[in-house]
Ligand binder design. Structure first.
Ligand SMILES: Nc1ncnc2c1ncn2[C@@H]1O[C@H](COP(=O)(O)OP(=O)(O)OP(=O)(O)O)[C@@H](O)[C@H]1O
Ligand SMILES: [Mg+2]
Length: 1076
């Protein structure tokens, strides 16, 4: 056997040895396949964001006002470090222009996030498709989802549950007691008792004492900055020195204590004994911070068991799986802190959506400030590639799937991948979901292949075929059925409610008849008894109603509010008015008519048609109990933390597809708030015709997850192979095949693609890339010989068959361009060189309008024609240059047949560029939404998609000499598209979680720069900024501090770099350079 062959065998042997040996390994594979998620909304469009439970449920005013996020930590205003930073910034401002650019986070180095497919098409929201959607809904319930006219007798027919509630409300309001607070408090304390009964561990662990801390003092001395830096710092501190002594002494003392504890923990970990540190090898301060910031006093028993597994001590890869709300995040966070603080390595955490990344950044920034590590955002347009090299503090990169991939690529390219000590993947089952799954798989496979020291941890609530994943990740497996709040599952058929019961013959037992009094007219409007079901819960508790489509969410919200008793209006009236006022504020005076009607009842819809500002505001109102009912699409279920007492599934469908078991589990998993509710309930409403399918749904195992690497051809295997060669991870066939056999696809190949061997798939894909001009062969060997049976495993020659990347290949890889579009992009840019219209931005915008969004767009021809006619002659010329004539648009608008063949993709793309162009001119999503009859959420996604693609095109052009002229243009355009707001708001919007509306409020209140925000007092902020909760205020301030800190550090490093004598300085030997 040749060398390559033996390499493969060796790998297989290693994989075998690494097979899990834990006793509690559980895996039950099934045959069903998990398909990509229903609505396919991309990361930019998905709404939900995590909310911490402790603060969420309390009205803002009930939160302890004594609680200061930064405790007695030195205030930033008086911190000598910041004074230095100020000076540094002053100096920095005087630096030559090009050097400033090198440190700019948001612009030149803008990431090259790949564009995720945006399956949300205009068709799904435009008038005619709404009809299709409604048709489906009609099928479900027998009523049409068109706005319903109020009827005179409606309010007579209020369900008895509503009447009962308001009787109670009146009697309790006499005592001036907020019923919700009373209920919630009651439940909260009862839950505490439950917790106390759980076996308690770990938080109260014995602390390491003096003996070990004395060792630390020496090593903390070692950690101090070098004299050059000290010199620089003191020289630059200037007038800040005067205030330094008092604060820095306290601060130094605290920092020394903390670093002593960290060193104790580090030593403990290094000695790998069972005697772990004060708090899971971490300083006891970490435990205090969890109590202070998250209200977590004790770990659950499973969390303790998991953290103390032998495999964790041995740093093996691990997959763990627990039901929704099981508390998986905390375990991952503790492991990340161990890596950052004790092993002193960087950490990457991959989360599914931008909103969740932002929530996590806000949540962990305060930990970073307290414990001395950086928290860096890699989502949307944020992130630096390669990341800034930090010399002392370590970094926690929190990234979306796409950004995580780019980050790993850049670390491999710069030879820094081993600086990554740990990678945590939340919602690991997403590896089986479409192109995003393929990207996640590539990322993990590359880490496995290039860094043997990087530990991988994956978690999920919905895994079935864990064995395959274990084999791929060479990981141990831990699972438990623990859920802090019991979840009861019900089905509703007609007016009967059944409890899901696995022991019963047909999987369910009768529970009760619905208690309601419906008049005929009421029944006609609400045939599914939604009002009766929700009023059993709201407004004291919260409720989520999952609906099959976006339009249906809005219709259901309106319908429920039409039938609710007017008494509901009185509940938290003032706070709800405040929400409306704030919605208007952030939307430039606009307010969606549906929300205007439903919010006074405490009800709102929640889906990707909302802008991210609106979504944030509504989520906050829901979390604090001001809103009690969300009608939402399935996207709210994906790992978001907006729990409810009751979850109702309005139909067993997502869009037109029947519900999958995984989706069902994720949706019902939102029921039951840990620490608040004693139980959670889910009710799936079904019609007789779906009964059999539903009974099967509730009893079958979760769907398996399968690799999409090959299925996602251009975005999967081709992108992977191109980057393997581009990054020189593997350049000859033997190594590439070796790599491929270690992927998740490699593990599942025999199930997924029986008719072809992995070798054949690899060779064919390489051939395709070569034919496209993205790769070039180095060795001459005919394809025929390669595919001959005897060469498959045998020939040394075949394994040495090597490739290199072409210029076009490198540009596509660097720009993370979907390979399906790279040659079209090249052609478009080339054509642009011949006649770029630069009188306006329109032509440039056209070039950066995402191809995939254009292919799914369905223009409204009348609007197209009108907008065309509003353009200046120069702008109209752009249409002509790209190949769309006025005549064509005119004919389409008047419904005439067109004989001449026109490229639909170009026409659609131009239409979307009109939308973007108008948006850049008007900067008002609402007016553009009205003008083009598109939902505002879609327009926002189009904008962020274009911003990301513009940055991709920029990177593409940077690699191709012939496109040098485009570079400066796309730098500016990317900036314009990324922020699309007045320039003065940009610095504020750099802070995680500060969106346009909030940035405007802050700016108007005098917080005009990052430094203003970092120095702000959260208490003052909540007094001056409308509808800003204490939690949000603290998060904004801590995120701003973190960002300022990062920028200051980068500047400091740059100054040192500037002053350092070059190592190749003539006449100086390397060793003496070191001493300078
Ligand atoms: N030991 C604990 N004590 C009290 N609350 C806890 C504890 N651990 C976690 N929680 C809280 O439980 C809630 C749910 O936890 P988490 O978000 O980690 O769930 P999860 O397992 O990731 O669920 P999902 O699969 O839905 O994402 C959070 O609000 C978290 O703060
Ligand atoms: Mg989770």
């Amino acid at each position: 056997m040749d060398e390559g062959g033996s390499r493969i065998r060796r790998r297989v042997l290693v994989r075998k040895r690494n097979r899990p040996s834990l006793e509690n390994v559980v895996a039950t594979p099934t045959a069903a396949e998990l398909k990509p998620s229903d609505e396919g909304e991309d990361e930019e469009m998905v709404a939900g964001s995590r909310r911490r439970k402790t603060v969420d449920v309390q009205p803002v005013e009930n939160i302890d006002s004594e609680e200061d996020m930064f405790g007695d930590h030195d205030s930033f205003a008086e911190n000598s470090f910041l004074a230095q930073v100020d000076d540094l910034e002053q100096k920095y401002l005087q630096l030559p222009e090009h050097r400033k650019h090198a440190t700019d986070h948001a612009t030149e180095d803008l990431c090259s996030e790949s564009i995720t497919p945006n399956t949300l098409s205009i068709a799904t929201v435009g008038g005619c498709t709404e009809l299709k959607i409604d048709e489906h809904t009609k099928n479900q319930s027998g009523h049409e989802d068109v706005p319903i006219e109020p009827e005179a007798d409606i309010l007579y027919s209020v369900p008895s549950s509503q009447v009962l509630f308001f009787k109670n409300l009146h009697s309790s309001s006499d005592d001036l007691v907020d019923p919700s607070t009373e209920e919630r408090n009651g439940n909260s304390s009862s839950h505490e008792t439950v917790n106390q009964e759980l076996p308690i561990n770990s938080i109260e662990q014995p602390q390491q004492t003096d003996k070990s801390s004395s060792k630390v003092r020496t090593s903390s001395g070692v950690n101090r900055r070098k004299s050059l830096k000290d010199h620089l710092k003191s020289a630059m501190t200037g007038n800040a020195k005067a205030q330094t002594p008092i604060f820095s002494r306290t601060k130094q003392l605290k920092e020394t204590l903390l670093s002593e504890e960290i060193n104790v923990a580090k030593k403990t970990i290094e000695s790998s004994s069972d005697d772990i540190g004060p708090f899971y090898s971490l300083p006891s301060k970490v435990r205090d911070l969890y109590v202070q910031f998250k209200g977590i006093e004790k770990l659950y028993e499973w969390q303790h068991t998991c953290l103390t597994l032998n495999s964790m001590q041995e740093r093996k890869n691990l997959i763990y799986s627990l039901p929704t709300s099981g508390g998986k995040t905390l375990v991952a966070e503790i492991l990340m802190l161990q890596e950052l603080l004790c092993r002193r390595k960087d950490v990457l955490m991959i989360l599914p959506y931008v909103a969740i990344v932002q929530e996590k950044i806000s949540g962990l920034s305060s930990f970073g400030i307290e414990l001395g590590f950086f928290v860096e955002e890699y989502a949307g347009s944020k992130g630096k590639f390669p990341p800034i090299k930090r010399r002392e503090k370590k970094s926690l990169y929190i990234a979306t799937i796409e950004k995580g991939h780019s980050l790993v690529n850049s670390l491999i390219e710069t030879g820094r991948i081993s600086s990554l000590g740990l990678v945590v993947v939340d919602e690991l089952h997403m590896i089986g979901e479409g192109s995003r799954g393929a990207i996640l798989e590539m990322t993990l496979a590359k880490i496995l292949y290039t860094s043997k020291t990087t530990q991988i941890i994956g978690m999920s609530a919905t895994l079935n075929n864990v064995e395959d994943l274990q084999e791929f990740l060479q990981a141990e497996y831990y699972t438990s059925q623990f859920r802090p709040v019991e979840l009861k599952e019900y089905l509703k058929i007609n007016n009967a409610i059944y409890e899901v019961d696995s022991k019963a013959e047909n999987g369910m037992t009768f529970s009760r008849l619905l208690n309601y009094k419906y008049s005929d007219s009421l029944r006609k409007m609400d045939p599914d008894h939604l009002v009766a079901l929700v009023t059993e819960v709201i407004p004291n508790y919260s409720c989520l109603v999952f609906c099959p489509t976006k339009k249906n969410c809005e219709n259901v919200a309106e319908m429920i509010c039409k039938l609710l008793s007017k008494e509901y209006l009185k509940y938290k009236e003032k706070e709800k008015l405040e929400v409306i006022k704030n919605l208007k504020n952030i939307s430039g005076g606009n307010l969606c008519p549906v929300l205007k009607h439903t919010i006074p009842f405490g009800v709102a819809y929640h889906h990707s048609g909302l802008t991210s500002d609106e979504r944030k505001l509504l989520e906050e109102a829901y979390s604090t109990g001001v809103l009690c009912l969300f009608t939402c699409t399935s996207t709210l279920a994906a790992g978001v933390n907006l729990p409810a007492r009751r979850v109702i599934l309005r139909a067993p469908y997502v869009a037109k597809e029947f519900l999958k078991r995984n989706q069902y589990k994720q949706m019902i998993g939102r029921a039951g708030r840990a620490g608040i509710d004693s139980i959670g309930e889910s009710i799936l409403i079904l019609q007789e015709k779906d009964k059999q399918q539903v009974l099967e749904l509730i009893s079958r195992p979760l769907e398996n997850c399968y690799s999409h690497l090959v299925q996602e051809f251009t975005k999967g295997i081709q992108t992977l192979l191109l980057s393997l060669i581009g990054l020189k991870i593997a350049t000859n066939l033997g190594d590439i095949y070796h790599f491929m056999s270690g992927t998740f696809f490699g593990v599942q190949q025999k199930i997924l693609l029986k008719e072809k061997s992995l070798w054949e798939i690899t060779v064919e894909s390489l051939r395709y890339l070569t034919e496209k001009g993205l790769l070039q062969k180095d060795t001459i060997l005919t394809e025929k010989r390669l595919l001959r049976k005897d060469t498959i495993y045998g020939s040394e020659e075949a394994f040495q068959y090597s490739f290199h990347i072409t210029k076009l290949g490198r540009a596509s890889f660097k720009g993370t361009i979907d390979l399906a579009y790279c040659d079209i992009l090249y052609r478009d840019l080339k054509k642009g060189l011949e006649g770029l219209v630069l009188e306006s931005l329109l032509h440039l915008i056209y070039l950066t309008t995402p191809y995939d969004m254009a292919s799914q767009c369905d223009p409204n021809w009348m609007i197209y024609f009108q907008q065309f006619n509003h353009l200046s002659p120069a702008e109209q010329n752009v249409a002509a240059v790209v190949g769309v004539s006025e005549n064509f648009i005119g004919k389409k608008a008047s419904g005439q047949a067109i004989r001449k063949k026109v490229d639909k993709n170009i026409v659609n793309r131009l239409y979307l560029s009109f939308v973007l162009y108008t948006l850049l001119k008007e900067t008002n999503i609402w007016s553009v939404s009205e003008k083009f009859n598109m939902p505002r959420g879609y327009i926002q996604s189009l904008l962020s998609g274009a911003a990301a693609f513009s940055s991709c095109v920029l990177h593409f052009c940077e690699e191709l000499e012939e496109f040098w002229v485009y570079r400066a243009l796309f730098v500016e355009l990317t900036k314009k598209l990324t922020y699309c707001v007045k320039a003065e708001l940009i610095p504020l919007m750099e802070v995680t979680g500060v969106l346009e509306g909030r940035a405007r409020q802050l700016y108007n209140a005098g917080y005009k720069s990052l430094t203003h925000l970092a120095n702000a007092n959260p208490e003052v902020l909540i007094r001056t900024i409308d509808h800003l909760s204490r939690r949000q205020a603290k998060q904004i301030v801590s995120s701003a501090k973190m960002l300022l800190h990062e920028k200051a550090e980068a500047l400091q490093e740059e100054v040192e770099e500037l002053l350092r004598l070059p190592s190749d300085f003539p006449g100086i030997v390397a060793s003496s350079v070191e001493k300078v």
